[in-house]
Design a binder for this molecule. Structure first.
Ligand code: TXA
Ligand code: MG
Length: 330
């Protein structure tokens, strides 16, 4: 994809739809080593052939991502996943219950796996998930190999939940954008490393802890488990430019107010994550609303959000986004 990729560095990436002909075109770009932004049910991903190290290197460059931070490989089926990782019976039960869906499994990598080392950042483990989006699954099936895809945003900035978000931030650095509509979940997948009988939660996300714990028992935290690394869990992440003030019960001069549920008397929200107080709706709105307020304000007051169900993932993203200002002053 050399000449195309070079011109892609200057020309905005075309935005195409999800018809069979569109997906054929996207598959051809990926097979030739190009970068294609793809819709998933969580956030848009920046996809490349996971077996092509040169293509993976282009992902890191386009995102400005530290090369030690490994990528999730997206598969069309459990069978495709089993070619690349060792599944314990528990891991298989989780995949059968939640795939396609917003659950990423970190598993020991098979020595015979053809996934490029750069995709797993040289780790002996591999992160796999099957996305619940018809276009994404159709594309993986057409390519016939796993697609490595981090969220399609410059490193440390807000994740994209529409094709327009991707176009705004990455257009000149990638080859093609597949527009599959707004992401229904809106925050990234939950990442779990299953062992023989228990599992570690590496990142809360779009699949609630309680759903997974039906299969695993109480999920462990990474620091309770030896040898499991979550290299991407840096504190500063998903950050807008604006300062975030979390758990805000009032609104100060100059601040935008991002509400959740019915606002307290006298406060008028700039935007509301969910007037009904619905955590799924809030997750789906989170990144797009932060992005919108970031454009018009230097400071955003965010209403308290309960840490139950998807609230755990939402609060995780908000804390990382809010870490920016305090870290900068250190
Ligand atoms: O919903 C999602 O998960 C989206 C969509 C596009 O699928 N992808 C996504 O990818 O959020 P990314 O690259 O932004 O986050 C992947 C996370 C990182 O924190 C990375 O460190 C972790 O997965 N990860 C990947 N491979 C790992 C491994 N072998 N062990 C531990 N963590 C791993
Ligand atoms: Mg990301």
């Amino acid at each position: 994809m050399n000449s195309d990729s070079e011109s892609a560095a200057r020309t905005p990436a075309p935005i195409i739809g999800t018809s069979p002909a569109d997906l054929d075109r996207a598959a051809a770009v990926i097979r030739a080593g190009g970068l294609v932004a793809i819709p998933t049910e969580t956030v848009y991903g920046l996809a490349a052939d996971a077996t092509n190290g040169v293509a993976i290197a282009k992902i890191y460059t386009a995102k400005g991502r530290p090369s030690f931070n490994p990528l999730i490989c997206h598969v069309a089926s459990l069978a495709m996943a089993e070619e690349h990782a060792h599944f314990t019976p528990l891991a298989r039960r989780l995949a059968e219950a939640f795939w396609p869906g917003p659950l990423t499994l970190v598993l020991p990598r098979r020595s015979t796996s053809t996934i490029a080392d750069l995709a797993t950042a040289g780790l002996p483990s591999i992160a796999l998930r099957s996305p619940k989006h018809v276009a994404a699954l159709g594309l993986i099936a057409r390519v016939g190999r796993p697609l490595a895809a981090p969220s399609a945003n410059p490193s440390e900035t807000l994740s994209p939940t529409t094709a327009q978000h991707v176009a705004h931030n990455l257009s000149s650095k990638i080859d093609l954008i597949v527009d599959g509509g707004a992401c229904v979940a809106g925050i990234e997948s939950t990442i779990v490393a299953p062992g023989e009988e228990s599992a570690v939660m590496l990142r809360p996300g779009a699949l609630a802890r309680s759903s997974i714990e039906q299969f695993t028992g109480v999920l462990k935290a990474p620091d309770e488990a030896e040898g499991v690394l979550a290299p991407g869990m840096m504190r500063r992440h998903y950050a807008p430019r604006a300062h975030l003030r979390l758990d805000a019960l009032d609104v100060r001069p100059g601040e935008a107010y991002l509400a959740f549920g019915a606002p307290p008397d006298g406060l008028s929200p700039s935007l509301n994550l969910s007037i009904r107080g619905d955590l799924e709706e809030a997750a789906a709105n989170l990144f797009a609303m932060l992005r919108a307020l970031d454009e018009s304000h230097d400071s955003i007051a965010v209403a308290p959000i309960p840490s139950v169900g998807l609230g755990e993932g939402i609060n995780d993203r908000l804390k990382r986004a809010g870490a920016l200002a305090s870290q900068d002053s250190v």
